[in-house]
Design a protein around this ligand. Structure first.
Ligand code: NAD
Length: 493
């Protein structure tokens, strides 16, 4: 039996439960269908087959979940932090125990290749451990005495919060937003993406089995325009942590205006990787490939614009084209696969529409630019060359394995091109000139920049974007800043 056949066998065993029961909500500790009984179907992007039916929640279900989160909040807030810490570590333990199941289901649901997803569950467990260990100090404050007062500051959890997540790496992203909320003492209503509901359900069940009190974590499945919208409008939900597209972020801001919702947005990107001619070009080439062609390019931090210095562009692009042509597209559960199918037809149509846009704008399709097979949403990894920064392929977030290469003359022009975008999530700079690296990164408009490195996450560092890429930061203490309120108490002396 091949590794692929073995993995498919294991996957089918895990899917049996979903096929029999469908995916239900988890509200107040109970697995329940949508109040209306409505469901929607989730299909695999690999072969478009039905995976299972999913509860299609309405405002009524969100109201019930928000009420459960409200009722559970005081006891969870007041639970000794050391106990909260233990429960969160137990969640991490159970994630590790079920890491293989999570990875297989995530691949089948999203089309992500197993070679990358096998680590996603473990990263999710790490997120829980990281914030679990910080729970005991989350409320720490300061003493800021004045001549007449002892001024004490403390932090308190903001209340029940809504977490809305996208379909790309849905498991890891859910843990990244929910773990700090729970560590801070907030209760949660989670609305996962409608296109990838499997692992969000596994995660919520794990939390329940780990001993999280009923109502602390509620899962409500459904579509953005009804369940998601109601969550952002609900008066008992004090804040919304959202990961998704920039235009959805704008909608959520409007929807939350009447209830003065606090928002935290991790949004889109069109991130530049800038390669100067003095860089270690072999390492830069590896990083350029990894940062756009891993995770199907469906990654907010992907470097989707390559800015390459004229002097080395021909040789660099020649090697890049050869490497892109050798990337293996295939079944996501085959360990040899590097790129699986895109998440769904609508997204496939969007990504492939840029092949025509590139031709219309006069760019060259140096690699890829075609569909693979006639079933599932597979595309060849694609490289556009001869592009300029005013072209659609250089301006819009394509969110697929598609790279747009643009040449530059000198540092000044590189900086102008890098910043000439509505987005500002990440930037990657390759140069061995330290002074230039300092000057360039200081002027580059991005929330996160790596020099001579691909994106390497370090949980204590701030994660987030500027411009249309987001509002707020995650990671370290920044997550607690969002999920907690500062409180000042002045004692007369
Ligand atoms: P999306 O905005 O379409 O959907 C994200 C979530 O929002 C889904 O759960 C959806 O149901 C919900 N939603 C949609 N409309 C809503 C509304 N009116 N009110 C409330 N909720 C609503 O995004 P997507 O296509 O699922 O994800 C891809 C996008 O996410 C890309 O733009 C990507 O760059 C971005 N992303 C950003 C980061 C980051 O850290 N900056 C990380 C991952 C993904």
């Amino acid at each position: 039996m091949t590794d692929l056949e073995t993995n498919i066998g294991k996957l089918n065993a895990h899917l049996e439960r979903f096929r029999a029961e469908g995916i239900r909500n988890l509200i107040g500790g109970a697995s329940v269908p949508a109040a209306s009984g409505a469901t929607f179907e989730t299909h695999s992007p690999v072969d478009e087959s039905l995976i299972c039916k999913v509860a299609r929640s309405s405002a009524e279900d969100v109201n019930t979940a928000a009420e459960a989160a409200k009722v559970a909040f005081p006891a969870w807030r007041d639970m000794p932090a050391a106990e909260r810490k233990k429960i969160l570590h137990r969640i991490a333990d159970l994630i590790v125990e079920r890491a293989e199941e999570i990875a297989l289901c995530e691949c089948w649901d999203t089309g992500q290749a197993l070679r990358f997803m096998s680590k996603a569950a473990l990263r999710g467990a790490e997120n829980f451990r990281f914030f679990a260990d910080r729970a005991p100090s989350a409320r720490d404050g300061q003493n800021l005495p004045s001549p007449t007062l002892m001024n004490v500051t403390t932090r308190v959890p903001i209340g029940p919060v809504g977490v809305i997540t996208p379909w790309n790496t849905p498991f890891m992203l859910s843990t990244w937003k929910i773990a700090p909320a729970l560590a801070a003492g907030c209760t949660v209503v989670h609305k996962p993406a409608e296109f990838s509901p499997l692992t969000a359900r596994i995660l919520a069940v794990i939390a329940h089995e780990a001993g999280l009190p009923d109502g602390v974590w509620n899962l409500v499945n459904g579509f953005g325009e009804d369940a998601g919208k109601r969550l952002t409008e609900h008066p008992d939900i004090k804040a919304i942590a959202f990961v998704g597209e920039s235009r959805t972020g704008s909608m959520i801001m409007k929807q939350g205006a009447d209830t003065l919702k606090r928002v935290h947005f991790e949004l889109g990107g069109k991130n530049p990787v800038v390669v100067f001619d003095d860089a270690d070009l072999d390492r830069a080439l590896d990083a350029v490939i990894f940062m756009i062609y891993s995770l199907n390019g469906e990654r907010c931090t992907s470097s989707s614009r390559l800015l390459i210095q004229d002097t080395v562009a021909d040789a660099f692009l020649k090697k890049l084209t050869e490497r892109v042509n050798n990337i293996r597209v295939g079944h996501p559960l085959d360990p040899a696969t590097e790129i699986g199918p895109l998440i769904h037809k609508e997204h496939f149509d969007k990504v492939t529409s840029y092949f025509e846009a590139a031709r219309a704008d006069g760019a060259t399709i140096a690699a890829g630019g075609q569909r693979v097979g006639d079933k599932g949403w597979f595309v060849r990894p694609t490289l556009f060359t001869g592009a300029t920064n005013d072209m659609t392929i250089a301006r819009e977030e394509i969110f697929g394995p598609v790279l747009t290469a643009i040449r530059f003359r000198d540092e000044k022009q590189a900086l102008t091109l890098a910043n000439d975008t509505q987005y500002g999530l990440t930037g990657y700079v390759w140069t061995n000139d330290l002074t230039r690296a300092l000057r360039f990164t200081d002027a580059l408009e991005a929330g996160m920049i790596w020099v001579n490195s691909e994106n390497v996450r370090h949980l204590p560092t701030p994660f987030g974007g500027v411009k249309a890429s987001g509002i707020g930061r995650d990671g370290g203490d920044w997550s607690f800043e969002f999920y907690m309120e500062q409180k000042h108490i002045g004692f007369a002396t």
